[in-house]
Design a protein around this ligand. Structure first.
Ligand code: CMC
Length: 391
């Protein structure tokens, strides 16, 4: 049936029709369900945006309250999950643990595998939003050796994230509204980004009618890679490395340009944005504000600024249209908020969760066919079988 069109990395292939996110890479435009990312980051909160992304409309006050209550109902995690957590070494990376725990949820919640009607879909959405947040923080508690925490129903979703992470048995955790507001904004900026690597993975796995938890677990694994969500951890490690090395941004730049060196400037470049990443613009401003509000003076931020300034006028970066992306500044804020570096990508996952859910739901509701790309075979032609003693 005709010749196969090769498109490695799907640079020019559309995999689906979608009503969720509009992205114009030339103009640097990002909208969820028609609303500008700048407006949402400024005026809405994360659960409101999650509702919008998943269900298509901004919630009324009553719908939002109901959504929050329904998520709360599902924040308890089966006690047997703790045995699984206990089995991991403390040195395990939180993203690996999170992917495994999300996958393990399928065993305890079989209904989420076979979503058959709207009510089951709604329950699956709330279950995922509730349990994933708790498990995400448990990956940190495990690796820190702290006892696991439980959701506090009197507190909001993002407040609970900070409590679940940092509250110790010695006393209540004082929630800093500056920190909660900053996190809320960061989660909103990450909430969806159309058919990126992890989202395409979620849709691809889900297209075989695998369940929501299994699909999201695969999405977590895809996000972990340093070319995708793992870049936020890699950016900070790179900046620390430059700092240790005497703070010479030019040297890092020279390495990034050297085609014989595998080093890339982490947090730079994007498959779709070829002018600027609108999320990076918002985050850069937020980073300045948050650091000022919290009174943090981080020399890493100065290195980041030097690196950015030097790259933006360097012909290598200019010609290739390489600009700072969302991950370039997010790590600096996370660090100022007291989030450990190896949890940065987990925070990306919490932010991206509504997007993964919305895309999975859209794919199922639209009854999309199983994902199955073709290939161009370039291997050996038919060969006679060689017995063992002749090889
Ligand atoms: N540093 C140095 N050179 C780069 C970089 C970089 N960060 N990014 C791209 N290039 C060069 C690349 O070597 C190639 O050069 P040439 O044409 O001479 O071979 C050219 O720019 C085009 O790059 P590409 O790899 O073909 O572009 P892509 O669309 O396949 O990759 C990317 C996009 C984001 C994976 C890549 O820019 C990259 O690796 N960036 C660093 C990792 C990063 O920050 N990732 C986060 C992305 S945004 C959030 C997210 O998705 O999670």
């Amino acid at each position: 049936t005709g010749a196969i069109t090769l498109d490695p990395g799907y640079k020019n292939s559309g995999s689906c029709k979608s009503e969720i996110t509009f992205l114009d890479g030339e103009e640097g435009i990002l909208r969820y369900r028609g609303y500008a990312i700048e407006d949402l980051a400024e005026k809405a909160n994360f659960l409101e945006v999650s509702y919008l992304v998943i269900f298509g409309e901004l919630p009324t006050a009553q719908q939002l309250e109901q959504f929050e209550n329904d998520i709360r109902k599902y924040t308890l995690v089966n006690e047997e999950m703790k045995n699984i957590i206990d089995g991991f070494p403390k040195t395990a990376h939180p993203m690996g643990v999170l992917s495994s725990l999300t996958s393990a949820l399928t065993a305890f919640n079989p209904k989420v595998v076979n979503v058959e009607n709207e009510k089951e879909m709604y329950d699956a959405v709330c279950k995922t939003m509730g349990k994933f947040l708790v498990l995400a923080t448990w990956t940190f508690r495990k690796r820190s050796g702290f006892p696991l925490n439980y959701y506090d129903n009197t507190k909001g979703y993002v407040e609970n994230f900070m409590r679940l992470m940092f509250e110790l048995p010695t006393g209540p955790y004082a929630i800093n509204p500056i920190v909660v507001n900053a996190l809320d904004k960061l989660f909103i900026l990450h909430a969806d980004h159309e058919q990126n690597c992890s989202t395409s993975t979620v849709r691809m796995v889900g297209s075989s009618h695998a369940g929501l938890f299994a699909s999201i677990s695969a999405g977590v694994s895809a996000l972990w890679g340093p070319l995708h969500g793992g870049a936020n951890q890699a950016v900070l490690e790179m900046l620390e490395e430059i700092q240790k090395d005497g703070g010479d941004a030019e040297k890092a730049l020279a390495r990034a340009k050297d085609k014989n060196d595998p080093f890339r400037l982490m947090g730079f470049g994007h498959r779709v944005y070829k002018n600027f990443d609108p999320r990076a613009k918002i985050i850069k401003k937020a980073a300045d504000e948050v650091l000022a509000e919290l009174g943090v003076n981080d020399p890493i931020l100065n290195i980041a600024k030097q690196l950015e300034e030097a790259a933006l006028v360097d012909p290598y970066f200019v010609e290739r249209k390489l600009y700072p992306n969302v991950d370039f500044y997010s790590g600096i804020i996370y660090r100022a908020l007291g989030i450990p570096t190896d949890m940065f990508t987990v925070l990306f996952a919490i932010g991206r969760l509504p997007g993964w859910i919305a895309q999975w739901k859209e794919m199922r509701v639209n009854k999309e066919p199983i994902g199955r790309p073709r290939q161009v075979y370039v291997g050996a032609p038919l060969r006679p079988f060689k017995p063992m003693n002749e090889r």
